[in-house]
Design a binder for this molecule. Structure first.
Ligand SMILES: C[S@@+](CC[C@H](N)C(=O)[O-])C[C@H]1O[C@@H](n2cnc3c(N)ncnc32)[C@H](O)[C@@H]1O
Length: 226
C-alpha cells in the first residue's frame, strides 16, 4: 500500500482542527504582514508533545519570526518551569515577536536576542535541554551544527524544521509560482544543498541518534547520546 502524505496530513488536520485555528488566530492577531514562514500546526503539536516528554529547563530557538513556534513551546515550558532564548536577525520581526509574547502572556519566559545567529551562537555560554533550528538562511544548518551539538546537554534534543525539502518536488511546485525569479531560484537551490549537507552530517554524527519525521516540511529529531 502506498502512502499519500498530502492525504495523510489533511486527514490528521481534520482531527486537530483546533490547532490550525489557533495558528490562524495567532497570525491574524499579528500586525506585521511580511515575515518568515512559521511552522505548521502539526509541527507545533509534535514539538509540544516532545516538550511534555522532555520537560526542558532551557530551550534555544534559532529563527523566531513572529514567534508562533516560540509561543507554542512556551505554553508547555511554563508547566515545567522552562525558559526560552530565541534568536532573530530581522529587527522589525523581532519587535513584533516581542509584542506577541506580551499579548499571549508568555513574555516572562522568553529572551529574544536580535542579530545574526552566526555571531550570537558562539557567544552562548550555557547549555540547553532542547534546541530548535528553524533559521531562514539554511546555510546556517550545516554551519552551526557542531556548535549546537556542543551547546546541548547529554540527553538533550535537537529539532530541525524543513529537513525533508531535499526529498520533495520543491522545484516543480516553485516553478508553478509566477513570482519565482532567478534570485529566489538560486536561494532555493542553495538551501537544498545546505539541507542535504545538514542531513548527511546529522545521520553520520556519532554523538547523535536521529531520525526525520515526514511532518511539515520534515522535522529532524536528534538526541545527544555522548
Ligand atoms: C522560518 S522563520 C522562523 C519561524 C518560527 N520558528 C515559527 O515557526 O514561528 C525563519 C526566521 O529566521 C530569520 N533569520 C534568517 N537568517 C537569520 C540569521 N542569520 N540569524 C538569525 N535569524 C535569521 C528570518 O528573519 C526568519 O524570521
Amino acid at each position: 500500500m502506498k502512502l499519500d502524505f498530502e492525504k495523510v496530513a489533511s486527514y490528521i488536520g481534520t482531527l486537530y482542527q483546533g490547532d490550525e485555528a489557533t495558528k490562524n488566530r495567532y497570525i491574524d492577531d499579528t500586525e506585521l504582514t511580511r515575515f518568515g514562514t512559521v511552522v505548521g500546526s502539526d509541527v507545533a503539536r509534535m514539538m509540544q508533545m516532545l516538550l511534555h516528554l522532555i520537560r526542558p529547563d532551557r530551550i534555544l530557538e534559532i529563527g523566531t519570526s513572529i514567534g508562533y513556534s516560540t509561543v507554542s513551546m512556551a505554553r508547555i515550558a511554563r508547566e515545567y518551569g522552562g525558559t526560552i532564548t530565541t534568536i532573530e536577525y530581522d529587527e522589525q520581526t523581532a519587535r513584533q515577536a516581542l509584542k506577541n509574547f506580551e499579548q499571549t502572556g508568555v513574555a516572562d519566559l522568553i529572551e529574544v536576542k536580535i542579530g545574526d545567529a552566526r555571531e550570537i551562537v558562539p557567544t552562548l555560554k550555557e547549555s540547553f535541554d532542547l534546541i530548535f533550528q528553524d533559521v531562514g538562511d539554511k546555510r546556517l544548518y550545516p554551519e552551526l551544527l557542531n556548535s549546537l551539538v556542543a551547546l546541548l546537554k547529554p540527553g538533550g534534543v535537537l529539532l530541525a524544521e524543513d529537513s525533508l525539502l531535499p526529498a520533495m518536488d520543491v522545484e516543480v511546485s516553485m516553478l508553478k509560482n509566477l513570482n519565482f525569479d532567478q534570485a529566489k531560484w538560486k536561494h532555493l537551490m542553495d538551501s537544498l544543498v545546505s539541507l542535504e549537507e545538514f542531513n548527511q552530517m546529522i545521520a553520520g554524527c556519532s554523538s547523535l541518534r536521529s531520525t526525520l519525521l515526514p511532518i511539515g516540511d520534515g522535522l529532524t529529531i536528534a538526541v545527544k547520546i555522548l
